[in-house]
Design a protein around this ligand. Structure first.
Ligand SMILES: [Zn+2]
Length: 262
């Protein structure tokens, strides 16, 4: 699979097509050993990462740890990360059944907590837990955030900018832990195919979502390999979360455009 990806990148290079990779780590709250390891890893690689921070979980220790590290940027990961879904709904902190004014008040309280704690490190991005938010709730927070980050393709839907992650290290459907090298690399190939087939775009932005609590030795080995790709392929670049918004909104990278959330 690794060889196939290198060949893909070489073919894309011949066509002057570029790949931009970025990293997000979800479920950041207390300062655990596994979070420490993730942060040390990115320090060591000199790469920036977007942390999806749960407002109700943060304390002074994690706040100062993040604020004292230039490579760490912050997004708001829901409010408490509680699953409120009814039996007939997908797991979600924001299912349709919670579509009411007090849910919005809670989201905005979370925003205040994150803004106060992290100031300019907060990139004004909302990252819904479980990759799920009911479209009516999304409509109700319209204008409250600059962008959103969940799962699947990057898209601009009306006024909503979604800069999502496309590659997940965790296989939630089968094993609920790191899915392995093939699992990750198949997702990367799927995204490279999107770029290869695109007639109108010459670049793609691909997000990689990590969950530090599920990162083991093998996950870090795979990350090593992904990061090393940028040393061998000049058309693959690793970018920081602060570079994302401009790239996606200036229409030079693969983005799905739709008119409305209906
Ligand atoms: Zn989460």
């Amino acid at each position: 699979m690794k060889h196939l990806i290198s060949e893909f990148l070489e073919r894309l290079c011949l066509k002057n097509k570029n790949v931009y990779l970025w990293f997000r780590d979800d479920d950041v709250g207390r300062n655990t050993l596994k979070l420490k390891k993730m942060i040390q890893y990115f320090d060591c690689k000199d790469k920036s990462i977007l942390l999806a921070v749960i407002p109700t979980l943060i304390d002074e220790e994690i706040t100062s740890l993040i604020n004292n590290n230039d490579r760490l940027m912050v997004g708001q990961h829901g409010f408490s990360h509680i699953n409120y879904a009814l039996d007939n709904e997908s797991k979600s902190e924001y299912p349709y059944s919670r579509c009411n004014a007090s849910t919005i008040t809670e989201i905005m309280l979370g925003k205040k907590i994150i803004e106060t704690a992290f100031k300019e490190k907060f990139l004004d991005v909302f990252i819904p837990p479980y990759f799920e938010i009911d479209k009516h709730i999304l409509q109700m927070i319209n204008g409250s955030f600059k962008w959103y980050s969940g799962w699947w393709t990057n898209s601009i839907v009306g006024e909503f900018v979604f800069i999502n992650a496309q590659i997940d290290f965790v296989n939630w459907n089968e094993i609920n832990t790191y899915g392995g090298a093939d699992f990750v690399e198949l997702q990367l190939i799927r995204e490279l195919k999107v770029l290869e087939k695109s007639n109108c775009y010459s670049s793609i932005v691909i997000g990689i979502v990590l969950h530090h609590e599920y990162c083991e030795e093998d996950s870090y080995k795979e990350l090593d390999w992904i990061i090393s790709l940028s040393n061998f392929h000049k058309n693959l670049m690793i970018i920081s979360p602060t570079q994302l918004y401009d790239l996606v909104t200036n229409d030079k990278v693969v983005v799905n455009h739709e008119d409305n959330i209906d």
